[in-house]
Write a protein that binds this ligand. Structure first.
Ligand code: F6R
Length: 608
């Protein structure tokens, strides 16, 4: 969701910025723009649509000479996608250029005031107020002007700014929207995310909230919101550069689906020590875990779905009551905080605005927050009391796959450890669970090797308009994710239902030929789901069943059956999600859609 790339140094800035923006394309955007300072003037070009339009417009940057510039990919919030609303935005005198990620919440009030003072606005964006406010407060000292603006705006921002009378300088600031600064021998960079600069440097500074930075050829200077100089330490990014490239796969999503065994291995094996699970990194006391009376899992989208599975596993194994909330609901529902409870925030990006707000809400009530996060150093990770990192590596496709799978693995490990400490499982049961956990990556590899079967089936359903997913218990949690995967990348309407709930209304939508994907991997619930399959079959549905080999009798009822290997019932979701991810992928591919960058979606939703 929106991307920022900026460069100052000894090389031509525009090609570096365009390349940086292209590496952030996966985050989702609808227009792009760039401003380059040639030493005398700030030149700006903006274009709606894909980055390639801007690339062609600037002849790959060749038409924008200069060694200092800022660029942006915009995901529309205030004002429709258009050339005018694209960033950068400039003041009326064309002396200040701004790119912005985030939302200025009090922009309407600020805009009214500026208009009353005679400012003329050209765009519908909230960002443009920043350009005008900077002009208002500017008296030759950029940091002082930025500081004043920061004191007056409400909301979230990562900013890249250039001032005409400060050639060869880029200024940047952040609050609640990620921003990093990179440096190498040729120059200095700003970016909203690591992939934008990974090809140039691994040496970065993470900007904290309410910090300002000034980059020039000679120095990098950091300031706090009061304009006082502050010292910051650079860190080295240890990402594998190839992890952010397609590596021979047609799409990032397919690559990431195939990376799941490795991602799960990387997440679980370092935490398995001497046939035990070691979660001492979390700093949770055993007594604290024993005392736990409630766990609240809070997340959005797929991470929420992982949380729904987490509820079944934590309640089942550790016998702790768990509630699962959508972060966007939790933050406004006035939840009840109790002593001896734990809040778990789940987030791939660690930057999702609603999840971050829920975290802060919980912390404001003295809640203890553990987060399950994939991006090291992200806002959610930094603000949590403890972090369980999922080691999925960079996830580029908008539709999450490997991060979701690692979130499931994280819940299994937490549930097992909590159960062991609370003595709700025997040592033998714990060992059996651990053995099953260790086997999951290999079992997923086996499933991936059968992908042609799923492609064959998917190709028959390219023209379908509605699909239902149903299951009970963990199979229901899984159905939620299978359905979301399909709809977000194939644009086919689909719904996930707790199988027993279907007849309370939705079954009226099932008619001749309606595709129903029935997930029935839970032994104790198998016969119940089978009854639901009969119900939809009777109404003409075509049923694709998903079960384990021990339930081959499903073939007597379903029209097409896919099998997953046996594992512990609690871990079944890690196996059954694989065919559902592949199904969504192949339907999207068969329909000729942009699998990695589905319309209207952003990888990391950093606005409310
Ligand atoms: C779906 C998807 C989204 C995210 C959601 C939360 O494929 O990726 O539903 O799961 O936006 O994002 P994170 O996990 O970054 O907080």
């Amino acid at each position: 969701m929106c991307g920022i790339a900026g460069y100052i140094g000894t090389k031509s800035a525009a090609p570096i910025i365009l390349d940086g923006l292209s590496r952030l394309e996966y985050r989702g955007y609808d227009s792009a723009g760039i401003a380059v300072f040639d030493g005398e003037k700030i030149h700006m070009k903006k274009a709606m649509g894909r980055l390639r339009v801007l690339d062609e417009l600037t002849r790959h940057g060749a038409d924008m000479p200069g060694f200092c510039g800022i660029g942006h990919t915009r995901w529309a919030t205030h004002g429709c996608p258009s050339d005018t609303n694209a960033h950068p935005h400039m003041n009326e005198e064309n002396t200040i250029a701004v790119v912005h990620n985030g939302i200025i919440e009090n922009y309407a009030r600020l805009k009214k005031r500026l208009e009353q003072k005679g400012c003329h606005f050209v765009s519908e964006t909230d960002t443009e107020v920043l350009a005008h406010m900077l002009t208002e407060y500017y008296n030759g000292d950029p940091v002082a002007a930025i500081e004043k603006v920061m004191h007056r705006v409400e909301g979230s921002y990562a900013l890249g700014i250039m001032f005409l009378d400060h050639p060869h300088h880029i200024y940047a600031a952040r609050k609640d929207s990620p921003l990093i600064v990179g440096t190498n021998d040729s120059g200095k960079f700003i970016a909203s995310d690591v992939p934008a600069i990974l090809h140039h440097t691994r040496n970065v500074y993470y900007m904290e909230n309410e910090e300002i930075v000034c980059l020039s050829n000679e120095h990098i200077r950091f300031f706090n919101i009061d304009g006082e100089a502050i010292a910051k330490e650079a860190v080295t990014i240890d990402w594998d550069i190839h992890a952010a490239e397609k590596g021979g796969y047609e799409h990032f999503m397919l690559k990431e689906i195939h990376e799941q065994p490795k991602a799960i291995r990387d997440t679980i094996f370092p935490r398995i020590k001497k046939d035990d699970i070691d979660l001492s990194e979390l700093g949770l006391e055993e007594a604290e875990i024993r005392r736990l009376k409630k766990i609240s899992i809070i997340a959005c989208g797929s991470a929420f779905h992982a949380g729904v599975t987490g509820k079944y596993v934590l309640e089942g194994l550790a016998r702790i009551p768990v509630e699962v909330d959508l972060a966007s609901e939790y933050r406004y529902r006035d939840p009840i905080y109790e002593r001896d409870s734990l809040v778990i925030i789940v987030s791939q990006s660690g930057e999702t605005a609603d999840s971050l707000a829920a975290l802060r809400e919980a912390k404001a009530h003295n809640g203890k927050v553990l987060s399950i996060v994939n991006v090291v150093g992200s806002s959610i990770a930094r603000e949590s009391d403890a972090v369980f990192y999922t080691w999925a590596g960079p996830e580029i496709a908008v539709a999450t796959t490997k991060a979701y799978s690692c979130q499931l693995a994280a819940f299994y490990m937490l549930a097992m450890k909590f159960a062991q400490i609370r003595r709700t499982v025997t040592a033998e049961r714990f060992d059996a669970l651990l053995n099953a956990l260790r086997l999951l990556p290999e079992q997923i590899e086996g499933l991936l090797s059968q992908k042609e079967k799923i492609q064959f089936f998917a190709n028959h359903y390219l023209a379908t308009e509605h699909i239902f997913f149903m299951g009970r218990g963990i199979d229901y949690a899984l159905s939620l994710e299978g359905s979301l995967k399909l709809k977000e990348i194939s644009y086919i309407h689909s719904e996930a239902y707790a199988a027993g709930e279907l007849k309370h209304g939705t079954i009226s939508l099932v008619e001749d030929g309606t595709l129903v994907v029935a997930v029935a991997t839970q032994d104790a619930l198998y016969s119940k789901t089978m009854s639901n399959i009969v119900e939809v079959k009777t109404r003409g549905a075509f049923v694709m069943g998903l079960t384990t080999l021990r339930h081959q009798d499903m073939e007597n009822c379903a029209d097409y059956v896919l099998y997953v290997p046996e594992t512990e019932n609690y871990f079944m979701g890690s196996l059954s999600i694989i065919p559902l991810q592949l199904f969504a992928y192949y339907v999207s591919l068969g329909r000729g859609l942009d699998v990695d960058k589905p319309r209207n979606l952003a990888k990391s939703v950093t606005v409310e």
